[in-house]
Design a protein around this ligand. Structure first.
Ligand SMILES: [Zn+2]
Length: 406
């Protein structure tokens, strides 16, 4: 019972610190009186919180207010250079890394391609790549944020399954935390990207939004009534094995006609090869990537347009389920398939209109995701959230928590 009460007090303390930080982030320069007014916290609480933030140099004075005839007040702002954080996306065969300051400015970035040898011991290779990327001097690391196309356990940072490398129960978060001595935030990438789209991108100010990302699988991130749908269980938001054709191709999961055998990049590339062969279209290249398939479709190639049309119909079946379940205002589509969005989206609209009652489609907007080219930026949303909910601040303010690579 006592633990429960103590837990609640700690949580309130954490949220209050987060509230002060979020107010400073939003308004940039504020006096203690402003902070008290904006947060609803008492002047005494504001004095205590800002003193701790000033002692840590997370916040610095930046002049005086001179409003009205009252006493002049010191203005405070976030010291964005106090800490840096590392934001990464672990992709299929590579890792994108970027160092950010607390204001979200990218200070440096790098993509490391893993050699075949490095892939056999991926965690060691990743640690080595991070060490080489981080500057030798002058970095005070606040935390590491990382996302990847796989199933991640929310709190432990354990990767339950990373299909590309066929890794299971991979201790990514705990190992990086021990190695670098800072909090490590690991997440499945689609779950992170929907948060970034809500925060900065295509779903800004939209309370109900869904992001469907098509690659070699079909990942879904969902925000309902402003809240990210999360679960302690890693297996959430994966529609790869939704059955679309009971007598379809055998899937690696053991089922038949799963969505991932029909509308993923690999599936569409295979359909192209198969159709080209059957139609005897030897003037077309023997095999193409999904990117080239989209380009050919946009140039008017009938075969590629047909493949896209078929994919739109199948994808619409998956989307129709999601729309019935969540009735989102925004449906964001990500993946290389969206390079042909001017063809694909009208096809999707048409297919959805034939499957769903009209009222579901009245407010629905289908758009492309914004952050596909630089995946380190959306990953950084995890850090901004952890600062604003106070959880990362509590770690940084803990005595002896200053981690510097100097
Ligand atoms: Zn399957």
């Amino acid at each position: 019972m006592n633990e429960l009460v103590k837990g609640s007090i700690d949580l309130i303390r954490q949220l209050n610190y987060g509230l002060v930080y979020a107010s400073l982030e939003e308004h940039q320069e504020l006096s203690r009186t402003d902070l008290s007014r904006l947060t609803g916290l008492s002047p005494a609480s504001i004095t205590k919180i800002t003193r701790e933030l000033l002692d840590n140099e997370l916040v610095v004075p930046c002049g005086e207010s001179s409003v009205g005839r009252g006493r002049r007040q010191t203005l405070l702002r976030i010291n964005e250079r106090r800490y840096q954080f590392l934001s990464m996306r672990l992709g299929r065969g590579y890792v994108d890394m970027a160092l950010f300051d607390l204001a979200g400015r990218s200070l440096s970035r790098h993509r490391h391609q893993f050699s075949q040898e490095e892939r056999t011991s991926l965690l060691d290779s990743l640690i080595e790549a991070i060490r080489r990327f981080l500057p030798e001097r002058g970095v005070r690391l606040a935390c590491v944020a990382l996302c990847l196309p796989g199933q991640v356990e929310r709190h432990s940072g354990m990767v339950r399954h990373f299909p590309y490398y066929d890794l299971r129960n991979w201790p990514l978060g705990p190992t990086l935390e021990t190695t670098f001595g800072v909090p490590v935030l690991v997440s499945g990438d689609v779950r992170t990207w929907i948060q970034a789209e809500r925060e900065w991108g295509a779903a800004k100010d939209c309370a109900d939004a869904v992001l469907v990302f098509v690659h070699n699988d079909i990942g879904v991130g969902m925000v309902v009534n402003g809240q990210l749908m999360e679960s302690e269980h890693a297996l959430l938001g994966d529609l790869s094995h939704l059955q679309l054709e009971p007598y379809g191709q055998r899937c690696y999961c053991g089922g038949f006609g799963c969505a991932c055998t029909l509308v993923t990049n690999q599936a569409l590339e295979a359909q192209y090869r198969d159709l080209r062969e059957r139609m005897g279209l030897s003037e077309l290249p023997e095999q193409i990537t999904i990117r080239e398939l989209c380009e050919l479709a946009l140039e008017g190639n009938p075969l590629c347009q047909q493949i896209l049309h078929q994919a739109a119909g199948r994808l619409a079946k998956v989307l129709a389920n999601l729309i019935c379940l969540l009735n989102p205002g925004k449906l964001l589509l990500g993946g290389e398939l969206t390079r042909a969005d001017t063809l694909l989206f009208p096809m999707l609209h048409q297919s959805l209109a034939s499957q769903l009652p009209g009222e579901y489609l009245v407010r629905l907007q289908i758009e492309s995701t914004r952050f596909y080219e630089d995946p380190t930026k959306p990953t950084s949303v995890q850090v901004h959230k952890a600062l604003r909910d106070g959880s990362l601040l509590m770690t940084l303010l803990r005595p002896g928590a200053d981690t510097s690579f100097e």
